[in-house]
Design a protein around this ligand. Sequence first.
Ligand SMILES: Cc1ncc(COP(=O)(O)O)c(C=O)c1O
Length: 385
Amino acid sequence: MSDLQTGGGPAGALPLAYGHVDPALFPTEQLAEAAGEALAQQGQSALNYGAELGCGPLRDYLRSKLARDEGLALEPENLIITAGASGALDMALRLFTRPGDTVLVEAPSYHEALAVIRDYPVKLAAVPMDGDGLRVDALQRRLESLVDAGERPALLYTIPSFQNPSGVTLSAERRPQALELAYRHDLLIIEDDVYRDIYFEDPPPRSIFQMDTHGVTIRLGSFSKILAPGLRVGWAVGTAAQVERMAACGLTKSGGGANPFAAYVAAVFCERGWLEPHIVGLRQAYRQRREVLLAALRATMPPDVAWTEPAGGFFVWLTLPEPLSAAEVLQRAQRLGITFLTGEPFFTKGRKQGRRHIRVPFSYLELGDLTRGMEILAEAIRQSA
Ligand SMILES: Cc1ncc(COP(=O)(O)O)c(C=O)c1O
């Protein structure tokens, strides 16, 4: 959410900081119809405190979607509706870590997830990535050195598909390797897979959750990227015991399951058969934006600037050559009319590691603005060199 606060920059600047869905892509009229129907048919349930596991029809739909798309056979007790993926992550931190535990994250990682983790009295440890995602060799070394130092690594937070901010996907080979380490070190994996459906050619590899034979993974999904983030509806899948723990926590007991009204609206939208064509449309829209962005990068960037070429999701990750600093480029870029996020917030030790990186989302801006944005960024880089 704080992208909305940090992305503004000078008035009129093109907000390349926004890693959000373009509001023009919200299916507003269909959602209005779904809201009317949810009230007409389910008014008393939709407006009341909800079941701990969340809206029944939506849970049924999600289980059938996961079975259809991924061949996942989930029982009702394996899935809980949450207040977005953020709500589920917050819950996992609260319920499955103890003060002083170490939480492992990718370097870089989603900056707002780092903020959620920092709300808890845990230590953060970062593991580097490369073009195939989280480096499992580095994860192994990090786990061993933490254990040697008497620390308790409790949880790994990973975004394996079309990661925010790097756009990189964890390879099929590395997924079971990460799981093996989790089994060995009694590590809980939080697999944040909110971009999974936004693929441009092929779906990403099978999820870590699906490969997991020991029940050490909780996987998060969300309607934020495939429908509308204002619904604040997501889901978590895990073992019956993990899901039961989430359903039986104080927050859920006191307030009931997450966001019943919004969840009923989403359920009607899905039951009408509207979600599938909507996701197909989003894939087309974002694929086109990625093409335009990559073409603009190739046409405009000075030599030695490097970038990722994501196969899905919302983000391209730029690396500047030494000795350029992204903060300096940002200052010039803002004067020229764009604003963006530099790499710092995406790292646990931002100043050092994030200095040469820029996150470029292609989800929010239209095609012409993406091209113009890259022309301005290239000019700002040239002026800083
Ligand atoms: C990797 C990742 N996880 C979670 C979220 C937030 O999801 P939600 O809106 O479901 O809380 C985002 C949004 O940018 C994200 O990039």
